[in-house]
Design a protein around this ligand. Sequence first.
Ligand SMILES: [Ca+2]
Ligand SMILES: [Ca+2]
Length: 461
Amino acid sequence: MPKKWWKYLAVLAAAVLAVTLSVTVGSAGPRYHSTPDAEEHEEVVAKPASLTGSCGVERWSVKTGTDADAGLINLQSTTATTIASLTAIPAPGTLPANNRVKPTETTVYRLSATLTQYKLEADSDYHLVLDDKAGHTMIAEIPDPACLGAGSPLLSSVQKARGQFDAKYTATGSFQTANVPVTVTGVGFFDFQHGQTGVAPNGIELHSVLDVQFASGTGGSVSVTNPGSQTGTAGTAASLPISATDTASGTLSYTATGLPPGLAINSGSGLISGTPSTAGTYSPTVTAHDSTGPSGSASFTWTINPAGACTPAQLLGNPGFETGTAAPWTSGSGVISNNTSEPARTGSWDAWLDGYGSTHTDTLSQSVTIPASCTTANFSFYLHIDTAETTTGTAYDKLTVQAGSTTLATYSNLNKNTGYAQKSFSLSSYAGQTVTLKFTGTEDSTLQTSFAIDDTAVNIS
Ligand SMILES: [Ca+2]
Ligand SMILES: [Ca+2]
């Protein structure tokens, strides 16, 4: 007998105790044998504390957050997604036993879908089959917290998710049908293909599930704001935010059909972005889905012009100053005015430079980018000048109009007029450039001159 023979006795005692516990738990519960799941064909390992008495083996540390990369899981943010998006990710070539396939397996996803079936597996997982009712299914698994290794950062969330599920359903060893809308949050995971019920073609799962929200079914409706007709250019990045009003209680996710090739919608934010690749006229339909069931749609036309073609447009922002503030113009204080003593040409607002009768300078400027593909670019504005100056020979108070450092025109008290007159200048030589258009009004020390500007435009074609 070795000197420390009592240690062997302790090990023996522990083994006897473990077997006793196992037998006790096993006979107390209904429970299932520690044998591979008949349908999932996966190996299991005995774990008396778990619901079936067994936990999983294959990539188990990755499934439950105790692998070498568990610290890389971004638990601080959740990425809204769809089954269609997740099942479109290419399946990785290899599935490391103790490491994560980045970024999919280090990302926490949230998606809304229909929970069609659920089952308690031999490895004590709740196996949930999620269906987007558009031809895609995938699996989400809520492991038994007793099967999570020590120190898993997922433990408290898995416990919560398990409780959320148990509050509504009782999973057994046979599939049961639910067919209810559900919003599931969980860590991305690629499983081996074992012919699992509901498995995605690329093996993508949410494993472990961290949160399960069942729809409250309180009604409500979703309405998508129609963005109106859109134009774009092949090869030029495009961006279009889609918004919706939602009186239901769930969270919104967005899908789109018929978008110009190269554009995609962000399921969480509703932002359509990308670079359209192919000219044509498209009729996309955008749908916003509330996770409790209701949805709304809007359809519109999106014309993509060939690359190299100029899309006719007016480039200046706030061209008639009707927002009542300068932006995107830059101006000195008091320039944007609705004072009826210098009335607007149209609307209520204009830009009133000078008019003080004392030494003063007012400026008003805005930058525009003239597309290289546009051969015509025309800058125009309407100008009214009144003055207290009586001279017919001397320009005391002046308005200078510049494109960059080039002076397009200079006006003065000598150009006083009744009403507004339109002025027009070609900016064609600025094609492919960004140019700042600037008005500068300078008054001398006495006798006011007012330069009122309204209805500006830079038209390209
Ligand atoms: Ca105006
Ligand atoms: Ca003057």
